[in-house]
Design a protein around this ligand. Structure first.
Ligand code: GUN
Length: 299
């Protein structure tokens, strides 16, 4: 039993947002282009609406321009691709995202690949991911980028550590495994990427110094799967009914926090952990997009 250090995404993201707001002020003073992020939301999924609204609100907070492009659930793939082309060609928009998941009749890969790599602030385009793998400057996918920044902020040791990632999604698990193995800080871990077909998962997680849990199953990671002194980062977010709350629900993660926390050196909570960091990283990428465009136009 120990008292873990709570890795607060609220604290770290607030600091990042303050820094970005200062940078926006500096851009204004020198008469530069104010960063502008657009978000495309297809359909009426409740969780997606919440996330996109939070992204737009964060833009306002730091002084970015923002646009929300709302499209009906029934939009055809062709029409959505046309909208993406319009955003690619709109010089006022520095970066944009298409909130996932998309309706079943739309091919997410096609949509992701239609976004200009210069505006791909989600970092999901093959060009962005390829650059990341090669250690070239690029837009890092927002959630893994946010986790890296949390580990850095709390000075969590990573070199030579065994990092076990649970979940191999294109958005989180897979890029996270690559970032933790990079020759940098945070990084230099020995990484095991586990997934739904992994055998003897508990044997593997018990060897982890750092556990990054992105499996999408509520309270999946239990205390018996965690070594004493481990660092646990919870990427999951799930709404469960709770009649004691005004909203009628509360949020939980992929980690059974109450029983896992006493075993940890560091643990990120849900809510208030990775979630706010994803948004802060998106803002960082949008600032980077403006700088990259400036550079490209000066050449
Ligand atoms: N859906 C869940 N997470 C994300 C994200 O980081 N970006 C986008 N575009 N959609 C998501």
């Amino acid at each position: 039993m120990c008292q873990p250090i709570i890795v607060s995404g609220i604290e770290v993201s607030d600091k990042i947002k303050q820094d970005i707001a200062q940078e926006v002020e500096a851009i204004k003073l020198r008469g530069g282009k104010i960063p502008h992020l657009a978000a495309v939301l297809v359909g009426n999924d409740g969780a997606s609406q919440t996330y996109v609204n939070a992204k737009v609100k964060a833009c306002e907070l730091v002084g970015f321009g923002s646009s929300l492009v709302r499209l009906p659930e029934t939009i055809s793939e062709t029409e959505l691709l046309k909208e993406i082309e319009r955003l690619n060609n709109n010089d006022n928009i520095d970066g944009f995202i298409v909130q996932l998941p998309l309706p079943k009749h739309i091919d997410e890969q096609k949509v992701t690949q239609a976004i200009s790599p210069l505006k791909d602030v989600d970092g999901f385009h093959p060009v962005s991911l390829g650059k990341m793998v090669l250690d070239l400057p690029s837009f890092l996918p927002a959630t893994p980028y946010g986790i890296v920044e949390m580990l850095r902020h709390y000075n969590i040791p990573t070199e030579g550590k065994h990092c076990v990632v649970i979940g191999r999604s294109h958005i989180v698990g897979s890029p996270m495994s690559i970032l933790m193995a990079r020759n940098s800080y945070p990084g230099n871990c020995t990484v095991t990427l586990t997934h739904s077909r992994t055998k003897n998962l508990k044997e593997i997680t018990l060897q982890a110094d750092i556990l990054i849990v992105a499996i999408g199953k509520p309270e999946f990671l239990t205390a018996d799967m965690v070594k004493d002194g481990a660092t646990v980062i919870d990427v999951g977010i799930h709404r469960i009914e709770d009649a004691t709350k005004k909203s009628g629900y509360r949020l939980i993660g992929d980690v059974k926090f109450d029983e896992v926390a006493p075993k940890c050196a560091f643990i990120s909570p849900v809510p208030g952990g990775v979630g706010p960091m994803t948004i802060a990283s998106l803002l960082k990428n949008t600032l980077l997009a403006v700088e990259t465009h400036d550079y490209a136009s000066q050449k």
